[in-house]
Design a protein around this ligand. Structure first.
Ligand code: ADP
Ligand code: MG
Ligand code: MG
Length: 511
């Protein structure tokens, strides 16, 4: 490894070690609350929706809980909520004795029967308690956080570390938010490249799909901003490298069965989340599945994803040839079936250490690849157990109507396959299953800096005012839920959310 790479890697490793250590010494100033009088306009315009303000937005939820805890008549509800959360964490079967007593006590008081505790809990809280909350100092504080959230994002908000990879329109860099110390990956789209290759719709599509998603199995978009030369998407940092790297660059090609099962199960959950939002992913392949520090995967690179309207299909040969489903190649109309084919290819490749329709080192011409995908039966060597072979062949069924995952119950059907018998999907969805392989925090799981090809420079493209409409649609700054999670996770919320003397209406304060 060259010295340049060693230096870049060790800077990155040091940066991701300690989160709060990475904060700028001016971090408090960067996150300073405006005086409450400056929030008047926001208070007028913000939508007073209980679900959004008190459940969905993490900072809103915290402040609403703090409010409830401060009111004696609401404390029981908070204990109930804690117990419900606790129960979910601990197990999914038996109700604890404490919880049982609490439920009896609360429900006999306020609510007649036990339909769904959670729903009833919210039904109560969204009434009078929510009204009182909006007149409290806790809500004032929420408005102050929202004002901080609205501050524009520029290049200066981040420190940049090493290059992580190269994409179609630009490079991906490791970066760190100065105000909080949080590490992210910044995917840059060079404006000239986007314009030359007419990638505007694609870039905007990726950004807009990502900002609406909130899944532990898909990378999160946290910030979208522009610089003079690039559009930037700041995404969950995935330090464990992509599956391609793990399949081919560490020891013998392929992964052991435990890992195959675990990654396949998580990808399956990710696809189900996407499909529930009517999003077809279309680009499933090992290099788009990334590992985080703890060894969990997320689906990334949603440039080719499309949102389908209710029950409709799309047409179009997109994706990477080796992973395209027969119906995609055949220019037919297709729906979610294309992704289940993709999962079949992925499971096959993780197991065999090579993709299903191409031998190692072989580079067949596109027409030959198409023929094999549409006509040829894939082969299963002795690395395949009966279960995994059966699952792959069901997913790699040529006719999408017959394929596993494409019947009425969708992806659930895939989860029921015997190959996944050992996976508890509810625990997995709640993030409570430990990964079988944890990346070494002292390693950088990507190619050396100098081995990542340099990004070429486009000539003869000039940017003008017609482009700025598109840029402003892209440049929307922070994505509220992701940003609020960052503030909480990095401890900034805890350190800054101090209120003045008890009873004072002004949360604007004294640090
Ligand atoms: P493109 O859409 O142009 O293919 P990608 O989103 O796939 O771009 O990113 C290109 C490469 O950058 C990936 O193959 C991966 O190596 C790296 N990369 C992308 N996103 C992340 C991330 N969130 N964390 C770490 N590395 C990433
Ligand atoms: Mg990619
Ligand atoms: Mg892409």
């Amino acid at each position: 490894m060259e010295i340049e790479s060693i230096v870049a890697n060790s800077a990155l490793i040091r940066a991701r070690e300690g989160k709060s250590k990475g904060r700028s010494w001016k971090w408090r100033e960067m996150l300073r609350f405006p005086h409450i009088s400056q929030c008047a306009e926001l208070a007028m315009s913000i939508e007073r929706d209980y679900y959004s303000l008190c459940v969905k937005q993490p900072i809103g939820k915290k402040l609403f809980q703090l409010f409830c805890r401060s009111r004696p008549n609401l404390q029981t509800f908070m204990s109930l909520q804690d117990a419900l959360v606790d129960k979910e964490r601990k197990d999914f079967g038996i109700m604890s004795l404490n919880l049982f007593c609490l439920v009896i006590c609360v429900f006999s008081k306020y609510i007649n029967s036990s339909v769904s505790w959670n729903r009833d809990l919210h039904k109560h809280l969204c009434g009078e308690p929510f009204r009182q909350y909006q007149d409290s100092m806790f809500f004032d504080r929420f408005l102050q956080w929202k004002m901080v959230e609205r501050q524009p994002i520029t290049k200066q908000c981040f420190r940049q570390y090493r290059l992580l990879g190269k994409g179609g329109f630009g490079e991906v860099w490791a970066c760190q938010v100065r105000a909080t110390g949080m590490m992210y990956a910044c995917k840059k789209l060079e404006k000239t490249h986007v314009k030359k290759r007419r990638g505007e719709a694609m870039a905007l599509n990726e950004k807009q799909i990502l900002e609406r998603l909130d899944s532990r199995f898909v990378v999160n978009l946290v910030y979208a901003y522009e610089t003079k030369h690039a559009l930037c998407m700041v995404l969950t940092m995935m330090s464990g490298g992509d599956l391609r790297f793990h399949i081919y660059n560490i020891g013998k090609p392929g992964l052991d069965r435990k890992r195959v099962r675990f990654y396949a199960a998580e990808v399956c959950c990710g696809l189900i989340h996407l499909h529930q939002m009517s999003i077809l992913y279309r680009d499933l392949k090992p290099e788009n599945i990334l590992l985080d520090d703890n060894g969990h995967i997320r689906i990334s690179d949603l440039g080719l994803a499309v949102k389908l309207s209710e029950g409709s299909l799309v047409r179009g040969r997109v994706g990477t040839l080796g992973y395209m489903a027969p119906e995609v190649i055949g220019l037919e109309h297709y729906g979610m079936s294309a992704d289940w084919w993709g999962l079949g290819c992925l499971i096959y490749e993780m197991t065999a250490g090579q993709p299903p329709f191409r031998a190692r080192g072989e580079h067949p011409k596109p027409p030959e690849m198409e023929r094999r995908i549409q006509k040829e039966q894939e082969e299963y060597g002795d690395k395949f157990s009966q279960n995994v072979k059966n699952l792959c062949s069901l997913l790699l069924t040529k006719d999408p109507k017959e394929r596993l995952g494409c019947q009425r119950s969708g992806g659930r059907e895939v989860q029921y396959h015997p190959f996944f018998r050992k996976i508890n999907f509810r625990m997995l969805e709640a993030g409570l299953v430990e990964a079988p392989f944890k990346p070494d925090p002292r390693l950088v799981y990507c190619s050396d800096v100098q081995d990542i090809e340099e990004f070429s420079i486009v000539k003869g493209v000039t940017l003008d005012h017609t482009d700025s409409n598109f840029y402003s649609k892209f440049n929307t700054g922070k994505v509220p839920i992701s940003w609020q999670n960052e503030i909480i996770e990095t401890g900034c919320f805890g350190e800054l959310n101090i209120f003045g003397p008890v009873g004072s209406r002004s949360p604007d304060l004294d640090w």
